[in-house]
Design a protein around this ligand. Structure first.
Ligand SMILES: Nc1nc2c(ncn2[C@@H]2O[C@H](COP(=O)(O)OP(=O)(O)OP(=O)(O)O)[C@@H](O)[C@H]2O)c(=O)[nH]1
Ligand SMILES: [Mg+2]
Ligand SMILES: [Zn+2]
Length: 292
């Protein structure tokens, strides 16, 4: 009998699958996949059959909604972008870059401001205004303040935690799932280097969905996006790009640019606009490399 399950991890050709009864079974991928150049990755929804030896065999990989390359993981619903309100200072260019990469992959972003216990209100208030178009949570992994709201936001979704190093991604996951006992702080890095551990992407079942930790900000390499994808990723732009004088306006120095005039009027933050220009310039370099 064929069953459907979720791949939690894959190590050395063995996959751990979460069944619909929340049971974990170990499975091998059938040889056919290798022939077709297909490999199950964590996050995959698969069809499998149980075998007499207690193992199972993956017979089908269901269609993916998206696929991240680093870490290799499929079907991410939500990107939890963690920032710190004390040290390290928020890297807003990285935040904007992650928001930008998530949009065309149809991944819902959730911005999490951690270390609220050490927060300076002068830092937080403008951030909340600047990112008002997005869902944000302010919380502290240390005091537990705001953590129930995060728990609620993770229900029934596959969520990937991302953000610069030391913002508290692993600490938050430990606060949600104490049994994970992930290494945090400098120790985390020393332990990794010492043991030459290869980091395998691994999903942990949580609240009817699953969560995934990523180290540092290795997630999502900058991929060249076309102007319409950029326009759609910036919620603040709204319909303005349609009113720009030029089709495919880059919103930098073209005359009659409706986006720039919104930014000048203060309809959205100056910082967001300036970082948009910086990322747009980076894309231009990427396009050149691609087509030269
Ligand atoms: N004050 C305060 N410190 C925190 C909080 N959350 C985490 N920290 C500290 O921040 C440091 C980094 O935490 P980690 O959870 O390892 O950060 P990370 O984002 O997983 O870092 P990488 O794995 O390197 O990407 C540790 O020293 C934590 O104790 C918090 O809510 N408040
Ligand atoms: Mg970590
Ligand atoms: Zn424009």
């Amino acid at each position: 009998m064929q069953e459907t399950g979720l791949v939690l991890k894959g190590v050395g050709g063995f996959y751990t699958i979460l069944t619909q009864d929340n049971e974990e079974v170990t499975a091998l991928a059938r040889g056919r996949f290798r022939l077709e150049g297909l490999t199950p990755v964590c996050g995959d929804r698969v069809e499998f059959v149980r075998q007499k030896d207690g193992h199972a065999a993956i017979v089908e990989i269901l269609e993916r909604t998206n696929l991240l390359i680093r870490p290799q993981v499929a079907n991410i619903d939500q990107l939890v972008i963690v920032l710190s309100l004390s040290a390290p200072k928020p890297d807003l260019l990285l935040l904007d870059k992650l928001l930008l990469q998530a949009a065309p992959l149809k991944i819902e972003p959730l911005i999490v401001f951690n270390k609220a216990d050490e927060a300076d209100d002068a830092l937080l208030s403008p951030l909340l205004v600047e990112y008002a178009a997005y869902k944000t949570l302010t919380l502290s992994a240390h005091t537990g303040q705001g953590v129930p709201a995060l728990k609620e936001a993770l229900k029934n979704k596959i969520s990937c935690f991302a953000g610069q190093s030391a913002v508290g991604k692993s600490s938050l996951l430990n606060a949600l799932l104490p049994k994970l006992n992930l290494p945090v702080g400098n120790l985390a890095k020393r332990a990794l280097r010492g043991k030459h551990t290869t980091r395998h992407a691994e999903l942990w079942p949580y609240q009817g969905g699953a969560v995934l930790d990523t180290p540092g900000f290795s997630l999502l390499e900058l991929k060249a996006l076309e102007q319409p994808e950029l326009d759609m990723a910036y919620r603040e732009f709204g319909d303005a790009p349609k009113s720009c004088r030029f089709a495919l306006c880059s919103h930098r120095s073209e005359p009659g640019c409706a986006v720039r005039s919104l930014a000048e009027k203060g309809s959205f933050s100056k910082g967001r606009y300036e970082r948009y220009v910086e990322l747009r310039n980076q894309f231009e370099t990427l396009f050149k490399e691609r087509y030269d």
